[in-house]
Design a protein around this ligand. Sequence first.
Ligand code: IVH
Length: 699
Amino acid sequence: MTAVANRPVEKLNAKEAADELRRLATEIAHHDERYHGQDAPEISDADYDALRLRNEAIEKRFPELVREDSPSRRVGVAPQAKFGKIRHRVPMLSLGNGFSEEDVREFLGRIRRFLNLGADAPVELLAEPKIDGLSLSLRYEKGKLVQGATRGDGAEGENVTANVRTVKDIPNAVDAKDFPDVFEVRGEIYMTHKDFAKMNEKQAQAGEKVFANPRNAAAGSLRQLDPSITASRPLRFFAYAWGEVSKLPADTQWGVIQAFKRWGFPVNPLSKLCTSADELLAQYHKIESERALLGYDIDGVVYKVNRLDWQERLGFVSRAPRWGLAHKFTAEKAMTILEGIDIQVGRTGAMTPVARLKPVTVGGVVVSNATLHNEDEIGRKDIRIGDMVIVQRAGDVIPQILGFVPEKRPKDAKPYKFPETCPVCGSHAVREVNEKTGKVDAVRRCTGGLICAAQRAERLKHFVSRNAFDIEGMGDKVIEEFLELGFISSPPDIFTLEKRKVKVDELEGWGETSARNLFAAINDRRSIPLDRFIYALGIRHIGETNARLLARAYGSADALRDAMRAAGKGKEEEAHQELMSHDGIGPIVAEAIVDFFSEKHNVEVFDKLLQQVEATPLEAVRQSPVSGKTVVFTGALEKMTRDEAKAMAERLGAKVAGSVSKKTDLLIAGPGAGSKLKDAQKHGVEVIDEAEWFRRVGG
Ligand code: IVH
């Protein structure tokens, strides 16, 4: 997202506002199509609402910038071409959204002002659940169902008459005496959680499409070109509004709903007449608390002015009535059973506990996994397997477990013991001490980087990268392909590709020449300086500098391995003390390398690798005019790369630093040197150019 997309509306200038409105129009249209057109939303309702609210707010500030294709001028998306179209005689509009108590009070205040009512004049409103399905208009003529239409874009919907005739909740004929000649009943098509689960199971068994949530399932089931498929789907209906009518059976919203009931249409039992904001809010909280037990999805509570003459007077603003408000639920929560805990191993070895849940719909999405963050979190919340847990899904983030329900804890609920070995590769897993805080890290990590399937790809990419083995022709793509084909699984395999007669040349995009070149590039690296060898292993905290340090300190791969194995026996061991005595090796680096070598899987790979390649000792450090000095390179160098310069200086016994401080002895500055040059002048550090450097070191 661009910076403008995050900027508060009141800070936008006209140009930015226009850009934002363009972006929002495109984005909202895209999500409308995903939601209405494909029944496959990509973002949560809350995020979608946020986009629309932002669009509205910008349009309010810059009315002159409202676009021809503004989302505020549309309700949903145009109907799909495959169904016939039906123009709604009375448009099917939407409702304005509210999210807070304040929004509800403002809504009521607006109504009072508009109708010029005193602050105490009673205003009756109906509060009822907002069903999370799709709206439908049913036209009856002389008591017969003659037409069923989806909302479509609000003006024109899809003709789904044949399909709605198969829905059991919808009467095909109404023979009540007071049923008007023309009457369009409007309401919501939905699916219960139970029916949804059963249907999805059937679909899965038959190898058919499974739906993400009940709403999508209802939409997908209604919009079937073959009505017999719709007939086999468990669709339900609630009536709550109307379109064109020749006569109304009552002069209040409540009265019409009672008539619906008499006429045989299902109406929601939680509807309640209220007379104040407090009462509305009480009903909102009551419905919210019963939400999990309803057995179908709702996403808020709708308030509607009861008197129809007042509804008439209040009328509409753009796409929504002034007399109605959808008070949306915010954080989406649900309760379900924690069936188990799985450990996911990330690409860097981090082990994350994931809750395996009995599937539950949270805010319109079926959730069967949720994150438990880390080992400590499980302990802190005392969450046990078998517990009834509270799941929260906020926006698009991974659902999380908030806690457990104490009254529902089964006697045999088991505390969870976090594994100390990696579930993917069996290597031992450790918690490090955080460098900055000095505390034990919350994250446990697998130490089997070189063999762990979860980490393999990243490790191999690192292994062949430029400052490690630098194998030409072995990029990320090749590593991934070779891994997938089983050609390689750990670094030593790279060096046996040719001997194993792996048919690299037969792969797509390869030929004899490229395969030969690859083998040549690999053979070219059968001898490599020890520091690069160590660096290539990808041990945590062992970057190039530490690798060089270790290479110099231990001299050979065998010596390093033996010393680290010995150091792993305990901190009191001489080998451990020696490791810590090296300048630059602190406890964190020491622990990381000792951990690596105490994992036998790693040692196996290490030894196998040594059968294939020779790790050559670094050149002895020469006594030179720069021995023991701290030097810094800056600016462009002409005769050598920065890496070469660094290696050369180190070979000559100098220490290479990345920035200039008062400890710096020498700055080698090429053309284009900037802040480091200034720093050097400030600290009185000697500055020389590349030519002078070569003169001094005699090369
Ligand atoms: S009244 C003119 N009542 O919410 C407004 N709508 O955001 C007519 N919905 O398109 C709609 N439950 O699909 C109304 N009890 C309810 C509702 C409800 C769900 C849906 C409906 C509508 C959307 C508006």
